[in-house]
Each structure stands twice: as structure tokens, then as C-alpha cells.
Design a protein around this ligand. Sequence first.
Ligand SMILES: NC(=O)c1ccc[n+]([C@@H]2O[C@H](COP(=O)([O-])OP(=O)(O)OC[C@H]3O[C@@H](n4cnc5c(N)ncnc54)[C@H](OP(=O)(O)O)[C@@H]3O)[C@@H](O)[C@H]2O)c1
Length: 241
Amino acid sequence: METVLVLGATSDIGIAIARKFAAAGYNIQLAARKPEQLDAVKSDIEIRSGVSCSTHAFDAVKYDSHAAFFNGIKPDITIAVFGTMYEEEDAFNDWSLAETMINTNYTGAVSILNIAARHYTTQQRGTIIGISSVAGDRGRASKLVYGSSKAAFSAYLAGLRNKCFKDNVHVMTVKPGFVYTRMTENLKLPAPLTSTPDEVATIVYNGFKAGKNTIYVKWFWRYIMLIIKNIPEFQFKKMKL
Ligand SMILES: NC(=O)c1ccc[n+]([C@@H]2O[C@H](COP(=O)([O-])OP(=O)(O)OC[C@H]3O[C@@H](n4cnc5c(N)ncnc54)[C@H](OP(=O)(O)O)[C@@H]3O)[C@@H](O)[C@H]2O)c1
């Protein structure tokens, strides 16, 4: 059976995705900054699903470590889940916070996924899945730096899909709206528009199986963002979104 690497496996969405693929029989590699925090998840996956599961140290912003890390485990499917979101007003005033968001959400993702893509194109098979965000679909004051880092990540994934298609490598972009996780625990989220990590995992798995290019979680976010993208700029710049 194929092996799935989850980058950012301590995240609520990452754990749910790992469990979903394990339940379908895939072997799992869990990678995170603090892999020792994954021991319980690893045991749970092995016991419940009877697949092999390993844990690995991975830091998205330690770019120099990425090649040795990836080439040491060579998964069949790579899923980039890691991400950072700070308060935008704090990040506007403190460059170190803005820099961390940009370096984690975009630069780190490009660094590790370029390595994965080179491996997959050489062997003429493989899948890359990136968890971006609807926040990247249009620049907004309330998601100034986070949104622009995700916009860059979405554009990168689209370009990578285009680059790797001829080599039988599939790249899927995932754009969640609101999800109940550690990242959003301090926010008041509108229940009808918000997903659970398990719902995200099921939609990601089904999208992967169907060979989708870009999926929104949930589906209606595609239309919400279509409306937001079509608001004329002269009007949009006066709005609080
Ligand atoms: N929650 C939402 O509403 C929502 C909506 C749209 C998109 N997303 C995206 O979904 C993804 C998962 O987020 P989540 O909601 O599940 O939040 P989360 O539980 O806070 O997960 C964030 C993950 O990113 C990891 N991470 C941060 N910096 C890292 C680095 N330098 N190297 C490696 N890992 C790093 C964290 O690891 P540590 O445990 O070491 O901190 C954690 O595992 C993110 O890309 C996020 O942008 C979330």
C-alpha cells in the first residue's frame, strides 16, 4: 500500500487527515516540529487501522533540512497541512510575526514541495496536496498577511500542478473556509459555515480519490468567494471584510 506523509501532523486537520487515509489502508508518516507529541496518535492509528505509522521531525522554516528529511522517507503522497496565523494587527506592527507567517505558509511550503515534486516527476508518479485557504482568494484588511501568504501558496500549487501534469504527478489545492481547530479557538465562527477537522479530512480524501484540482471545504465556499471576488474594487476597498 502507498505511504502518505502529513507535514504539520500535530494540527487538528492534519491528525484527522492522517486518520482518514489510515482507515483506507494507507501507511502514514507523521511529521511535525515536536514529533514526540505524536506518539499517542501514532499508536492509535496503528491499533485502529492496522497500518504502519512513523513519526518524524520537520520544521517548515528550517529549509536546509528539507532535502535530507524528504529523501530519507520518500512518501508516495505528500500533504502540506502546516500553517501559522497571528492577529493581523499584531503582524502589521511586528515584522517578526508577519515574517513567520510568510516563511511558514509560503516559503517553507515551496521549499519542501519543490523537493517532493522533483522526486515525483523523476519517478513519473506521485501526489501533492496543499492545504491553502479561502483567505487567499482576495486581499482583505482582516487577513492582510495571512491571506496574502495563502494567495501565494495557492498560486504556487496551481503552477506546480501545471508544471508536473506531463510527468503524471497530481497536485490538489484545498481551500477550507472556517474550521474548528486550535488555530481558530479564540474566534467566534458562524456554525453553518464552519467545518470540523473530520469533515475536512473526508472531503480531502474524496477529492484525492476523484483526482480533483481545487476543492473548497465546504463546497459552498467556492460560491461565497466567487461573490467576494466579483465585488468591484471601488466598492470593496470601503468595506470591512
Ligand atoms: N482552522 C481554519 O479555520 C483554517 C481555515 C483555512 C485554512 N486552514 C489551514 O489549515 C492548516 C491546518 O491548520 P489548523 O486549523 O489545523 O490549525 P492548527 O491546529 O493550529 O495547526 C497548525 C499546524 O502548523 C504547524 N506549524 C506551524 N509552524 C510550523 C513550522 N515552522 N514547521 C512545521 N509545522 C508548523 C503547527 O505545529 P506545532 O504543533 O508545532 O505548533 C500545527 O501542527 C493550516 O495551513 C491553516 O492555515 C485553517
